[in-house]
Structure formats: structure tokens, C-alpha cells
Design a protein around this ligand. Sequence first.
Ligand SMILES: *Cc1c(COP(=O)(O)O)cnc(C)c1O
Length: 391
Amino acid sequence: MTYLADANGYYGEFGGAFVPEILHRCVQELQSMYLEVLHSASFREDFDRLLRDYVGRPSPLYLAKRLSHRYGCKIYLKREDLNHTGAHKINNTVGQILLARRLRKRRIIAETGAGQHGVATATVCALMGMECVVYMGRTDVERQRVNVEKMKMLGARVVPVTSGNGTLKDATNEAIRDWCCHPSDTYYIIGSTVGPHPYPDLVARLQSVISEEIRKQLQEQEGRDHPDYLIACVGGGSNAAGTIYHYVDDPRVQIVLAEAGGKGVETGQTAATIALGRMGIIHGARTYVIQNEDGQIEEPYSISAGLDYPGIGPMHANLARQKRAIVLAVNDDEAIRAAYELTRLEGIIPALESAHALGALGKLRFKPEDVVVLTVSGRGDKDMETYLRFG
Ligand SMILES: *Cc1c(COP(=O)(O)O)cnc(C)c1O
């Protein structure tokens, strides 16, 4: 029994690959070779070197003393906010561009919501001298000017998407459409543990450097290689997948996932997919989706653009279904409060997404000897306007 993907990309009844006929060959090509590439010595060497010298890994595991005192346990923060480009997303884009090169693709496409994954993709495309097209909803283009300018400066073409509400879901549809038109020369870098198999497993493996480091760092600092709790926020699920990867089958570790409650799970203005979603298919995977009675996908809402997604990775849907993970909905106001608390107690301004993980602390009961590892998935620079408006 494992909570990791099986050979067909299923996590229990979640996952699989539901793609249009024209993409079957691309997806199958990827399925048939991704593990071989990931395990090859040359990939490992390139990946490990870039993570160290370019991304700045290992990221610190920081014992947050004042925060620990507040919650009556021992809290370590996994500092993904200190990575190049300011979040965990770069771990994935570095890995996938190395894979794209080995597949001899010359053109890279990506979707982005807040622009964090778009910037991380444009960054590695500049690094490798590859053509880069990023699809971004029109609404997000307006809301996230700085990230749009960064992508352009990095040499990417940003295509505003006007369908739907002009947000992440629509950008993803458009990226898939592009991929269908250019299946032979284009590689699609997906930004989270979503999409058709093998993407959820591929992205989880690339992000698993996070839990690999946690294991070593806890051994050094605590004299044992596992925590009692792991806490991470979930949009599509990639920083959470990386945080829990090496512990997912270890019953000593309680997994806690924080999804975006928005204005409240009952208000209709929410992105709490585990709380409200029903089984459906979104962007090539079978998973929980927030949908109406006709099966139409509902527009999600969260104050945090990175968590504003109407689906959830199949790995996390299964963890919730099997009760392997505790899933908590953290509302906008709770996240804002938690962000200010971390800032004042530890001098760390977290991304709004990460603030949802911090917001889960107050909903749990800890013992003084409990060791908690919470992933700070990104830094708060991009969210300053929101913090000033609502703080
Ligand atoms: C994109 C993003 C997230 C949400 O994505 P996951 O795939 O669920 O990790 C969380 N935190 C930050 C800082 C992000 O940029």
C-alpha cells in the first residue's frame, strides 16, 4: 500500500490521463521515458548542480523560536521563500526544462495564474536559450503587472487569454490548445501536480528535494529524521507534494494540508476543493472539481492567486479520501492574520499562499514535544499591496 502513483498514474481512483486524441503520442512519449531520464546519472548531475548553484539549495530548515512559543510546540520553517525567483516553483521548472532538452523540444509553453510559474518558466528558458510562450488570463495580466514585465524582460511572450473569467483555468485550457497545435516541437511545462499522467508524479518527484532535505536537516538538528507534523498549503499541490514525498507512507508523520477557504466555505466565494469538490475531470486528470449540478466548473475565489484553482492534484484528493491527510480550509482573513503574525514574530514576510499553511497552526492542538515542519512556499514581496489593503 502506497500513497504514491501507480504505473498508470493513479492514486487510488484519482489521476490517469484524459487527453484529446492528438496529444496521445506526446503524453505517451513522456510517460514512457520520464522515469528513465529522472534516474539517469547525467540528469541527476545537471539537476543537482543547478539546484545548488542556481536555485540556492539546500533551503534552510529554520527553528522559529518565537512562533514555536506562541503555539506550544517546536516549529521548523522550510524556507522555499529563499530560492531564486522567490518560491518552490523553480525546482520544478529547472527539472522539466532539462527533460524537455533531452526530448529535443525547442519550444516551451506554460500556463500561469499569479505569474509565479510563468516567471519561473521564463527564467529557465532564458538560462537555456529556449523560446518561451506563457498563457495568462486577461484578469491576471491586469492584476499582476510586475510579473508580466519580468516575463517580458526574461524574453518570454505573454499571451493574455480572454475566455472565461480570464484566470488560471482559462490559461491552462489555452496552453493545452497550443500543445495540441504543436505536438512535435513543443514541451508543456505544467506548474503543479496536476494535469494528465505523468505530470503529477513528475512534478512531485522534482519537488521531492524538499522532503529529502528535511530528512537530513531534521537528523542534524533534532537527532531524528522525521517530524510529528508536516504542514503545507495546497493550490494544485506541488509544494505540499514536495514537503511530504518521503514521508507519505510513514504513519509516524501527521500530514496537514491547508486549502483556500476564500471568504468562507459556505459563501460560494472559495477555492476549497477538498471541502466542496465532486469527482470530475479537469485538465486531463480525474479528481475533485468544484462544479455545479450540470458538471460545469465553477469560478473559484481566493485572496491568493496561487491557490485560486477549481481542481486539486490527484495525489492530494486521494490523501484526503483515504484520511491520510487532515485538510483544513483557511479563510482570507485568517491567512492575512497569520502572515502578519509571522512577520512580527520572526521577521519573515510570507507569500499569501504560504500564509494559509501558517493559518492552520491555530486550528491544531500540539503537545510541547511535537516537532512541526511547515513549508514557507514563497516570499511575500508580490503580495505587499494586498497586505497593506487588508492588514
Ligand atoms: C503557486 C504557488 C503555490 C500553490 O501551488 P502548489 O502547486 O499547490 O504548491 C503556493 N505557494 C506559492 C508561493 C506559489 O507561488
